[in-house]
Design a binder for this molecule. Sequence first.
Ligand code: P6P
Length: 317
Amino acid sequence: MQSIAEFLTDQQVDEKLQQVIHSILSASKEIAFQVGMGAMSGVLGSTENENVQGETQKKLDVISNQILLDNLSKNQHVRAAASEEEDLPVSCHEKGAFLVAFDPLDGSSNIDINGQIGTIFTILPAQDNLRADAQEQFLQSGHQQLCAGYVLYGPSSILMLAINGQVHEFTLDREKSDFFKTTNNLILPPGRKEFSINMSNFYFWPGYMQTHIQSLINPELIDEPFNMRWNGAMVGDVHRVLSRGGIFLYPTDTKKPDQPAKLRLLYEAFPMALLVENAKGQACTESGRILDLTLTELHQRVPVIMGDAELVQAAIQ
Ligand code: P6P
């Protein structure tokens, strides 16, 4: 099996970009270890926690955020890093050619129930005419992403990587402490009758979305009603959609009047949209392609409808 390093060289990926990807993966291996330790090291539970030695421990997503920032700040090719956990980007190296944005531990509410969690990341080109840590560095279109992906921590730790217009899956070999390619040029399987949405928001959705979801499950409206899955972690739900098809939706809702959308454009929607579109699926908001958007604010939120192209088109018609 091809290691991630062999794959990136084989794909003739820019050497400096390769080093940035390796910094992210080096951090993800450390996070995978911490996740695996779970309650043994007292990283679960509230922000401040006593571990078995009675020492105060930080919560796993705080630790994961720090591991990523530490690894990225050591890489001379990273100009700035923007974490979902931080208000502002962190400056790294003035002459770095790349920006990295990440959600260190997506689905962190699953930590205490041993559920699916993962690191989501995207790599963008640095903007020479702007200060290193300026928020403006990150105000780019989804099409500007050079590479994006996630590491899903679970029974296997799996890297899903979108680069050069394709998606490839790698699995962490814990003994060799390295990622090896397990799926080449992944294509999202069409035709799966499975949707992913938080049904508890039903009465807060726009009418068209209520009607659409009912059309998937009402046996009077559809011969084979859809199945439903909801992990509470986008990384887990999108991994299932990429692996076996279906659709993932987080539409606008009126639950929080000042926050009509929940998912972050830079840290969640952009990277997941690159993965889904490179796997020949579709990734939209309620009014167009996610990748066509240009970020206007670091923590901007958008509605997300992504997965099997046919199911996405049916949902947004
Ligand atoms: P809800 C996790 O907090 C997250 O950002 C996504 O990973 C996930 O899909 C969604 O929010 C879960 O939202 O409303 O089910 O808690």
